[in-house]
Design a protein around this ligand. Structure first.
Ligand SMILES: NC(=O)c1ccc[n+]([C@@H]2O[C@H](COP(=O)([O-])OP(=O)(O)OC[C@H]3O[C@@H](n4cnc5c(N)ncnc54)[C@H](O)[C@@H]3O)[C@@H](O)[C@H]2O)c1
Length: 257
């Protein structure tokens, strides 16, 4: 199995979580990593290098593609790292016959929906910024490679990955480390998937997203941010009325233009 973005926040958790489950774990990042066991094989390169990506995927049964820019940034940076990087992963997976591709998508692809709307994965995207736009392209590439080339692709629309919720928005969007691993495992093992896009979010009482498709992957989240609600300070975030909260502010994107 290959994990891209293995040095990152989620990649580090997945690395630990999958330890013992994958016979051979190829860990890819553009920053240096050190192998911690004989089962780990670390590769340092940039995902924009298509040949290096294809070489890392040789012989792999699955890839969890987490590498990329995880927030608002100038569009060229997002196109290069997120869109071209994902294309290289999918094209490498096609060439190498990789059985399952799990792509890190984001809740920010629908951040412009009002908080009062329960959003399903079938609803049209309403990105809250350029980062969300890049994740629409990531999912579209996944769909193309599933439809046209028969790859099995699962896009996880990751919520807010945090040890614990710390702000009001997290009461809806939190993804606990335990649930994150549950979704990643399910995305790797769910049988008979051509293409699926699912919200990876904990079982938060206040969540914005329909998780029925997620449970179709065979995983039902267990944590609920509500348990932390009394410790989270009140703030203006929720008053914006949009699921993306502060991310949906014009200024949040304008400072990258
Ligand atoms: N953290 C969240 O709450 C969250 C929410 C939604 C989606 N996601 C998505 O999940 C993925 C992982 O997020 P994270 O929070 O762990 O981010 P992170 O920034 O901690 O990790 C991303 C990793 O990818 C690597 N990387 C970036 N561009 C690269 C490139 N061109 N070549 C090689 N390596 C590259 C970075 O070095 C980094 O180690 C991202 O795709 C992000 O968009 C994260």
């Amino acid at each position: 199995m290959v994990v891209t973005g293995a040095a990152g926040r989620i990649g580090s958790a997945v690395r630990v979580g999958l330890r013992g489950e994958a016979e051979h774990l190829v860990l890819v990042d553009r920053v240096g990593l050190a192998a911690r066991s004989p089962a780990e094989d670390v590769r340092q390169f940039d995902l924009r290098d298509a040949e290096a990506v294809a070489a890392a995927l040789a012989g792999a049964d699955a890839v969890v593609h987490l590498g990329g820019v995880p927030d608002e940034a100038p569009l060229p940076e997002l196109l290069d790292n997120n869109v071209q990087g994902t294309h290289n992963v999918l094209e490498g997976a096609r060439r190498q016959g990789v059985g399952r591709v799990v792509l890190a998508s984001s809740n920010r692809l629908t951040g412009f929906y009002p908080v009062s709307t329960t959003v399903t994965a079938e609803m049209p995207p309403r990105p809250d910024g350029l980062y969300g736009v890049s994740k629409i392209a990531v999912e579209a590439l996944g769909r193309l490679y599933a439809d046209k080339f028969g790859l099995s692709v699962v896009c996880l629309r990751i919520g807010s990955f945090e040890d614990a919720p710390t702000e009001q928005r997290h009461l809806a969007t939190w993804l606990s480390p335990r649930d994150c691993l549950g979704f990643v495992r399910a995305a790797l093992t769910a049988p008979d998937v051509d293409f699926a896009a699912v919200y990876a979010v904990s079982a938060n009482t206040r969540r914005f997203w329909d998780v029925a498709a997620g449970s179709a992957l065979g995983y039902t989240p267990v944590d609920d941010a509500e348990a932390f609600a009394s410790r989270i300070p009140a703030e203006g975030d929720a008053a914006r009325g949009l699921q993306g909260g502060a991310y949906a502010d014009a200024e949040y994107t304008l400072r990258h233009l």
